[in-house]
Ligand binder design. Structure first.
Ligand SMILES: [Fe+2]
Length: 135
């Protein structure tokens, strides 16, 4: 199952939106590699990219939040950490045991659904704050 970008995921901040699109693509690539039963090398590549890109993107978001003194910065940072931990635990399991239905389920719930909910609930607030404070 692939996740589609839809405009209700737009935050209105161009950098954040562009990176979110890349993240959704990376999640789709990983899900596709898992369900195609791709070899360890392919899985390793996709999960590594996702884990790396997640950290880069969250770093950008956090820098923006600091720059614009986002009031809920500390909580937002905690949410990011939780996600990074989830991706890391999935990465470990994928590399040691290979893909399984259980792990694909975890990618769906702890990575894909988490991210889309986080964008809709939290990142839109960040983008609105940046907009309001950059006039
Ligand atoms: Fe975020």
């Amino acid at each position: 199952m692939a996740y589609k970008w839809s405009d209700d995921l737009l935050t209105g901040n161009m950098q954040i939106d562009t990176e979110h699109k890349e993240l959704i693509k990376a999640i789709n690539d990983l899900l596709e590699a898992c369900s195609a039963g791709k070899g360890r090398a392919e899985l390793e590549k996709t999960v590594k990219f996702l884990s790396h890109y997640t950290k880069t993107h969250f770093g950008h978001e956090e820098v923006l939040q600091m720059k614009y003194k986002y009031p809920d910065y500390n909580n937002h940072k905690k949410y990011h950490k939780q996600f990074v931990d989830n991706v890391e635990s999935i990465q470990k399991k994928l590399l040691s045991d290979g893909p399984s239905i259980v792990l694909v389920g975890e990618i769906n719930s702890k990575v894909a659904n988490w991210l889309t909910n986080h964008i809709k609930r939290e990142d839109v607030k960040v983008a609105a704050h940046i907009r309001d404070n950059s006039k």
